[in-house]
Design a protein around this ligand. Structure first.
Ligand code: SF4
Ligand code: SF4
Ligand code: SF4
Length: 386
């Protein structure tokens, strides 16, 4: 039985993913204190929130919804996705998207990430409930000043109830599970059609008095890379940022630091909902790989249409594939795909795990010759066998 001895693309993919995480989420800019100015006007080809204070560019999902609200067609934003999708299909999801990488890490290192996630959210919840009115109309700190101790105790109990259930989930042992392509198809059609496409066109946001970016309101990538950093920025002393070489009012950062909002002041209930849904998602992600990518991401959904004809794509040679008897591709796939099944192609994020590990070399990478320099020449065919 022929065996691929080394997983040749995994290391390269891990390195590129780490770069995508640092660059795409903006942590890199934060460390370098390098303000991303003009890039903020250009939609990135992956999910990254425009409100992320350090994001290198605009979010494609937010950009498309903004144009839907204005009843305009987003030629530029959509064009970027079309060009990238036509060349690489959905590979951006497997190799570059910061939120995809985060989900991979949360799943792979769940014994460690569990404690990081629990610790982070415990800190945020304690801080939030102390300083923000949340659902109560008055923060616990204000309650403690005004001596309303009974009321404060009631609210502490309510907060513990709301967030305690979420935290408790992390300590109960559940079985890991996979999600079938058929089932995830329902989810991704629903999330693409309603919060992403139809709501911005048809449902008026009372705050904006126009169609709102409804998908963004609970987008977990936005919560992770924008809402939490903004919340922490607001929690720090006002003069903290000049110390790091950044200034909230800096004219050099017109769309970054200066544009962040005081989340505590503008939508405590919304922030609570965002946090709760993110905690839930991360918890489910510890049990099943890339749940958000499978079910809910509109950008992944748009890219998935290109997987059938993109210049670079993963295909299966059905004549040599052993199907259910083998299923190695399914076991290693971050999207739980049985590559030989009908409709599986559109879910593939091009991570190349199956191409490396298929014992019969039935999983193959198709790409044009001029992109050979990106991939191993020896081990992968340029086109599938007829
Ligand atoms: S599906 Fe969305 S969140 Fe997942 S990797 Fe792709 S762009 Fe990122
Ligand atoms: S594609 Fe390869 S790994 Fe997947 S079932 Fe077929 S032979 Fe097995
Ligand atoms: S089918 Fe293969 S290349 Fe595609 S996501 Fe699954 S393991 Fe990665």
């Amino acid at each position: 039985m022929p065996q691929n001895k080394k997983y040749r693309n995994r290391e390269a993919k891990n390195r590129v993913q780490l770069f995508g995480f640092l660059f795409g989420s903006g942590i890199f800019y934060f460390l370098a204190t390098l303000p991303p100015i003009f890039l903020k006007r250009i939609p990135m080809p992956w999910l990254v929130c425009w409100s992320d204070p350090f994001a290198p560019g605009a979010c494609p999902a937010g950009t498309l919804q903004y144009f839907f609200n204005a009843n305009l067609f987003p030629f530029f934003g959509f064009g970027i996705l079309v060009i990238i999708g036509a060349i690489f299909g959905r590979m951006v999801c497997g190799w570059l998207c910061p939120f995809g990488y985060l989900q991979d890490i949360v799943y792979r290192m769940r014994h460690i990430t569990k404690w990081i996630v629990v610790g982070l959210f415990a800190l945020l919840v304690v801080y939030l409930t102390w300083t923000s009115p949340m659902f109560a109309g008055m923060s616990l700190r204000q309650m403690s000043y005004s001596g309303l101790s009974t009321r404060a105790i009631i609210w502490i109990a309510i907060y513990l109830g709301i967030f305690g259930v979420l935290f408790a989930l992390f300590f109960i042992k559940f079985k890991k599970f996979t999600i079938s392509v058929k089932f995830s198809n329902w989810g991704r059609f629903f999330f693409f059609l309603f919060p992403f496409l139809l709501f911005p066109l048809l449902v008026v946001d009372p705050e904006l008095n126009t169609g709102g970016p409804w998908f963004c309101k609970l987008c977990p990538s936005g919560t992770t890379f924008a809402a939490i950093p903004q919340f922490l920025i607001n929690a720090l002393p006002r003069d903290f940022f000049p110390f790091l070489g950044l200034d909230r009012q800096s004219p050099f950062i017109p769309y970054g630091m200066a544009s962040y909002q005081d989340i505590r002041g503008m939508g405590q209930v919304m922030f609570g909902l965002k946090m709760s849904s993110l905690v839930l998602l991360l918890w489910v992600t510890m049990l099943s790989k890339r749940v958000f990518c499978k079910f809910a991401c509109p950008i992944g959904f748009i890219y998935s249409g290109f997987n059938y004809f993109s210049a670079v794509r993963v295909v299966v040679d059905k004549e040599i594939c052993k199907g259910e008897k083998c299923n190695v591709c399914w076991k290693v796939c971050p999207m739980d795909i049985k590559l030989y099944e009908r409709g599986a192609t559109s879910h593939c994020i091009g991570c190349l795990e199956c191409v490396d590990r298929c014992p019969f070399k039935a999983a193959q990478l198709v790409r044009p010759g001029f992109l050979n320099f990106l991939f191993s020449r020896k081990h992968y065919l340029i086109a599938p066998k007829k």
